[in-house]
Design a protein around this ligand. Structure first.
Ligand SMILES: Nc1ncnc2c1ncn2[C@@H]1O[C@H](COP(=O)(O)OP(=O)(O)OP(=O)(O)O)[C@@H](O)[C@H]1O
Ligand SMILES: [Mg+2]
Length: 225
């Protein structure tokens, strides 16, 4: 699905990531950890084609990112749902419309998907906030909405960047449960998270590999995690 071969990335100075190789197999579940600034968000951007490696090769659905046009990237993005760390909403339209935006962009009939949208908002505990504008939402509500938006198109791959950073334990469990269920349906999931407690709890329910970025490299974390 997504394959990195000896990938390096630098924003202009020294390499932030070096010699990173990974194959994201269909249906796999990964956590991505590492200290703040280690390059987790950068790594996820390489996985969905927002950044092009400065060395090595990244392939998304068997296409080399370097050879992909903007249209190719846009099409592949319909199959990859991304939960951005900073959410990235359109502030002048309601939260529900933001969540439904990928449907609109993909040319789908939003009215026909209303029940699907309502169910998803309800699952994320957001039904009563559907008409609020993003600036009126709490940090946790924003994160839940970002997750809902990432999964509304039922993508094959979900890349979630700290999706539970601002939510309480119970809600973080619920959000992860949604990702676990999507994984059981065959979706490939990768979650960047600092929360080792959450990772441990999730590993009771799903076979997850834990990757760690440390000293520019991507490593498989030990089984003790
Ligand atoms: N557009 C950019 N231009 C230059 N440097 C950048 C850019 N984006 C990120 N960086 C730098 O690259 C490093 C890695 O950033 P990144 O956001 O990938 O880390 P992270 O592991 O996601 O951190 P956090 O846990 O705080 O979210 C940081 O030192 C950051 O300042
Ligand atoms: Mg980050």
């Amino acid at each position: 699905m997504i394959e990195l071969d000896n990938v390096a990335y630098s924003y202009g100075g020294a390499e932030l990531l070096s010699d990173v190789s990974l194959k994201l197999a269909p249906g796999s579940f990964h956590f991505l950890t590492g200290p703040s600034g280690a390059g987790k968000t950068t790594f996820l951007k390489l996985c969905y084609g927002a950044l092009v490696p400065t060395a090595g090769q990244a392939r998304i659905f068997d296409q080399d990112v370097r050879e992909m046009t903007r249209d190719d990237i846009a099409i592949s993005r319909r199959r990859i749902g991304v939960v951005h760390q900073d959410c990235q909403f359109l502030d002048h339209v309601s939260m529900a419309e933001n969540v439904a935006m990928p449907l609109k962009v993909a040319g789908r009939d939003v009215a026909a998907e209303q029940q699907n949208l309502d169910d998803l908002l309800s699952w994320c505990g957001l039904s009563s906030r559907a008409n609020a504008l993003p600036p009126q939402l709490s940090g946790g509500e924003r994160q839940r909405a970002a997750l809902a938006r990432a999964v509304i198109l039922s993508p094959d791959v979900i890349l979630a960047d700290e999706p539970t950073g601002n939510v309480d334990w119970e809600m973080s469990q619920r959000l992860i449960q949604l990702l676990v269920e999507l994984n059981r349906m065959g979706k490939t999931v990768m979650i960047a998270s600092h929360d080792l407690g959450l990772i441990r709890a999730t590993k009771q329910h799903v076979q997850a590999r834990v990757l760690r970025i440390s000293n520019r490299r991507l490593q498989l974390a030990g089984a003790d995690l």
